[in-house]
Design a protein around this ligand. Structure first.
Ligand code: KG4
Ligand code: ZN
Length: 342
């Protein structure tokens, strides 16, 4: 089944063609230049930009796959979670194509797309531990099967990507902040500044990133003057520590041997190096999708969409966009306790 997939949940306009042979094309039009001057995504500008970009992006995805709309057999689009104005653009275009051509349509959860992105490159066995780290989410799931995601823990406040973005803004770096901090940190001393690591008092798997963000603000107010690269490296190290510790602990506690890290923050080079190193020491296989499939893309939506369509799932064209759309099955574990700051 040849699927056209569309993703417009935030600030990237993306389309992809997926078939039995894999990814035939994956096109992403970034809006970084539009939002850069504001240091974060401006929702109204994002939806307007999607309106301008969506048709050319779809045309390029079809052309790169060397097909036309007549060759498309089904349509998948992200329906949530995300910015509703942004989601609506991709979703409406997808539904329009499905209606006009009489094709099956399916709406896909953006988080499911990230959690399954690894399958774009390799087959892996269920269950695995999925750490989803993006601009809006930091959550840990047991991925039991396609459509079965048990939520183990999530951030109590900011997402890791949000902490990177807000931190970068404070440091006068560009947008998206995580990428800029990653770049700047490579020449820095990770031990130059000690930023606090949030700790969970009762051994759950929740995360907290607001403390480290406040600590950075305080550090900058005090003008203690460490070189920018050192501040970036130290700030990044604190975030990486706070992502790695609960993830490795959960893998150990639940006896899961494979950890898959996805979402925009999984492009972070230090997170990748640390998780690979510590995972190997703990006897775990730690996997990351390639960079292009870590950040937002439509190929991952195409993978999830095609898998569900092949199971016979369809959505009616009345499917609406949803700002929040949790995917986790009820957490059967004792819930994580208050986050404290060490
Ligand atoms: O998954 P994504 O592309 O969009 C959302 O669904 O949110 O994630 C975007 C987030 C942003 O917060 C951005 O700063 C972060 O991913 N990011 C990074 C890196 N590249 C992107 N964070 C840390 N290191 C990176 N190299
Ligand atoms: Zn995302």
């Amino acid at each position: 089944m040849r699927v056209l997939a569309i993703e417009t949940s935030c600030d990237d306009t993306a389309a992809a063609v997926i078939d039995a042979t894999g990814v035939r094309s994956s096109i992403v039009a970034s809006q970084d230049l539009v939002h850069g001057p504001y240091g974060g995504v401006v929702p109204e500008l994002a939806s307007r930009q999607h309106v301008l970009a969506i048709l050319p992006v779809i045309e390029r995805a079809l052309a790169t796959a060397a097909i036309t709309l007549a060759d498309v057999e089904a349509v998948a689009a992200t329906h949530g979670p995300g910015l509703v104005g942004s989601l609506l653009v991709g979703l409406q275009v997808a539904k329009g194509i499905a209606l006009e051509r009489g094709l099956p349509f399916i709406g896909i959860n953006h988080l499911e797309g990230h959690l399954l992105a690894i399958f774009l490159e390799r087959e892996i066995e269920f269950p695995y531990l999925g750490l989803l780290v993006s601009g809006g989410h930091t959550s840990l799931y047991v991925v039991e099967d396609l459509g079965r995601y048990r939520l183990l823990g999530r951030t109590r406040d900011d997402a890791a990507g949000e902490a990177f973005d807000k931190g970068a803004k404070m440091l006068g770096l560009g947008y998206p902040g995580g990428r800029e901090i990653d770049r700047c940190a490579s020449a820095g001393d990770r031990a130059a500044v000690h930023f606090p690591r949030a700790t969970l008092k009762s051994g759950g798997y929740d995360f907290s990133f607001s403390g480290v963000k406040t600590a950075l603000r305080q550090y900058l107010l005090e003008e203690r003057g460490a070189p920018l690269a050192d501040v970036c490296a130290s700030f990044q190290e604190a975030i990486v520590d706070m992502l790695a510790a609960p993830t490795l602990r959960a893998a150990h506690d639940l006896g899961l041997e494979t950890v898959v890290i996805s979402g925009g923050v999984s492009a972070n080079r230090r997170l990748r190096a640390r998780m690979e190193e510590e995972g190997a020491r703990a006897g775990l296989t730690v996997l990351f999708p390639r960079f292009a499939y870590c950040t937002d893309n439509a190929a991952m939506i195409g993978y999830a969409g095609r898998a569900r369509l092949l199971r016979g799932e369809r959505h009616p064209l009345t499917l609406n966009a949803a700002a929040t759309a949790p995917i986790g099955l009820p957490d059967t574990l004792p819930h994580a306790a208050e986050a404290g700051h060490a």
